[in-house]
Design a protein around this ligand. Structure first.
Ligand code: GDP
Length: 472
């Protein structure tokens, strides 16, 4: 940040620190004295202003083991367009009208809860696809426990399927494969399972560790089995939370609705969210005026793992931001206000994520271990060849990971994945879409595009060997 403000290279600032006898790494906070000395070197004068200390984020809340109770797993359905995400979510929603809720699920509250045969609950995120998932993860939220990757058995493993797998993997989320449309004449589930094995995701029946279910979302075949698998994985994960503490929840969606004001859809992570709780979420604060479940019924409290729609915030926070219960309205307002201020300040300086130039510097400092890459290309062969060559550039000190590779243009979800994983995007014979380019600029994600494979390999190799001269 200091380098940015002074518009000099990061290496120069580090050198200047060394000259004053202080060895620092790239992310290290400098104390006031050093900042003054270094700034002087570059001909700047420093004025210190006092900003109230940020009492932010994770106050570590120690839950006693005996306070922890089982909570429902939170499940996301992802997959290629038309492979049946919506049909599956619809089928499960309709099949699971619980105790006396004759009208069925009527409200979209971002997620819904179903009761499995053994009486336990499962929460499904109600937005199919991985955009929401990735947007949340880009903000550091880990709202999903299990990803159901749905693949149509009458089709191939498509680019979006691969993307969904990459996203789930990068997030460290358990995957279950649902091979869909087995009722169709041309369906060939075995072919899909073979392809999965080839990709490195062998299912259990093939000696692998991944669970899969053959289903028809349309006819309702195999859904019970899929639900059982979800339960099984959930049991293995031992999902627990403490319901007796101030609530923390993740924002799934928020909007302004006519006649209702700001409507916020959340999933509770810890504690129990109650009516009248004083809350803060992102830059917004307020008091829980009302909460609704997916049946449109008012509820007074919501436990961990469960979703709700709430009224009472004074704005719309972004998906993936955390909602927190506070002790007083004044505190909540102050925290929201402070965040607003900090966000404005940060927006003024473009956030700088990792760039190729920086890799060499970090390597020289010895604090760089992994280089995450996303590879996009114009056809399968080139993507595979380039990815393989890039992975082979790994050395003792640095591991090159291709966290996602796919055929096609560089799109928004690539940028979000890069943001969430601190990755660089390598495009071969493809360019970013207009909106992806803008998003990349805003998020400070580096996109390198090449039309010759060698060139791509050479540049990354040079960067890894720390030979690339800073271009500033
Ligand atoms: P999404 O784009 O992944 O949400 O896919 P949809 O759920 O909208 O499904 C795409 C199309 O496939 C729709 O016409 C569905 O009716 C159809 N479909 C989904 N599941 C099945 C299935 O199990 N069997 C058959 N025959 N068609 C299905």
């Amino acid at each position: 940040e200091l380098a940015n403000v002074m518009d000099v290279g990061i290496g120069e600032v580090i050198m200047a620190c060394m000259n004053t006898g202080v060895i620092v790494s790239i992310n290290q906070r400098l104390d006031a004295e050093i900042i003054e000395l270094v700034a002087e070197e570059f001909g700047h004068e420093i004025e210190f202003i006092t900003v109230e200390e940020d009492v932010e984020e994770e106050e570590v809340f120690e839950d006693a083991p005996e306070d922890l109770q089982e909570r429902p797993p939170i499940v996301t359905v992802m997959g290629h367009v038309d492979h049946g995400k919506t049909s599956l979510l619809d089928y499960i929603r309709k099949a699971s009208v619980t105790e006396g809720e004759a009208g069925g699920i009527t409200q979209h509250i971002g997620a819904y809860e179903v009761r499995a045969d053994n009486g336990k609950k499962i929460t499904f995120l109600d937005t199919p696809g991985h955009e929401a998932f990735t947007a949340m993860r880009a903000r550091g939220a880990k709202v999903t426990d299990i990803a159901v990757i749905i693949i149509a058995a009458d089709d191939d493993i498509m680019p979006q399927t691969k993307e969904a797998i990459s996203h789930a993997e990068a997030a460290g989320v358990k995957m279950i494969f649902a091979i869909n449309k087995i009722d169709k004449a041309g369906a060939n589930p075995d072919k899909i399972k073979g392809e999965l094995a080839q990709m490195g995701y062998p299912i259990e029946a093939y000696g692998g560790k991944y669970q899969s279910a053959d289903i028809s979302a349309l006819k309702g075949i195999g859904i019970e089995g899929l639900m059982e698998l979800i339960q099984l994985e959930a049991e293995v994960l031992e999902l627990k939370a403490n319901p007796d503490r101030p609530a923390v929840a993740t924002i799934v969606e928020a909007s302004l609705e006519k006649g209702r004001g700001y409507v916020t859809k959340v999933i509770v992570n810890h504690g129990t969210l109650k009516i009248q709780d004083i809350i803060v979420a992102g830059e917004n604060s307020g008091r829980v005026k009302a909460m609704f479940n997916e049946y449109g019924k008012r509820v007074k409290e919501v436990k961990p793992g469960s979703p709700t729609l709430l009224l009472g915030l004074d704005g719309a926070p972004q998906a993936g931001e955390m909602l927190k219960v506070m002790a007083s309205e004044q505190e909540a307002r102050q925290l929201a206000g402070r965040r607003l201020q900090i966000n404005r300040e940060q927006a003024n300086r473009a956030s700088k994520r990792i760039s190729l130039d920086e890799i060499g510097r970090r390597l020289a400092l010895g604090n760089f271990k992994e280089l995450n890459l996303i590879v996009k290309g114009d056809f399968d062969g080139s993507v595979e060849a380039l990815s393989d060559s890039l992975i082979k550039l790994s050395q003792e000190t640095v591991q090159v990971n291709v966290i996602h590779k796919a055929v096609g243009q560089i799109i928004d979800s690539d940028i979000l994945l890069a943001t969430a994983s601190d990755a660089i995007i390598v495009g071969f014979q493809v360019r970013p879409s207009g909106s992806a380019r803008k998003l990349a600029e805003r998020e400070g994600v580096e996109i390198k595009t090449y039309s010759i494979i060698y060139q791509a390999i050479d540049e990354i190799k040079d960067a890894i060997e720390g030979m690339l001269e800073p271009t500033k």
